[in-house]
Design a protein around this ligand. Structure first.
Ligand SMILES: [Zn+2]
Length: 106
């Protein structure tokens, strides 16, 4: 049997996407979808910030760059920006769909 290598991050993304799909299914308006997205993003950011609190071990190299709130925020913003940039690259790489032009019946 061939083994599949899936990271914990991939598992978290799949679970999160399943949850968001379930919540969006019940949304009846753009405002509802945005409110749901805001809630999901808030929970994700709070989870990320909590997981990136320094461990408190003196000399811990992985935590050195996260030692202050400002440093954690800067790391988080770079991470969020990289996700948005990757999404924009994927969208830009998709085949272009010709725009619909109004049909002239004259
Ligand atoms: Zn640490």
């Amino acid at each position: 049997m061939k083994s599949v290598n899936i990271s914990l991050g991939d598992v978290a993304i799949a679970v999160f996407e399943g949850l968001s799909d379930q919540l969006f299914r019940d949304a009846t308006s753009c405002a509802d979808r945005r409110e749901i997205a805001d809630g999901l993003l808030t929970a994700a950011i709070l989870s990320w910030l909590a997981a990136h609190e320094p461990c408190g071990e003196p000399g811990c190299a992985p935590c050195a760059q996260l030692s202050t709130e400002a440093a954690r925020t800067a790391v988080f913003l770079r991470f969020a920006e990289s996700i948005a940039r990757r999404r924009a690259e994927v969208i830009a790489s998709l085949p272009k769909i010709p725009s619909r032009r109004p049909v002239n019946f004259n």
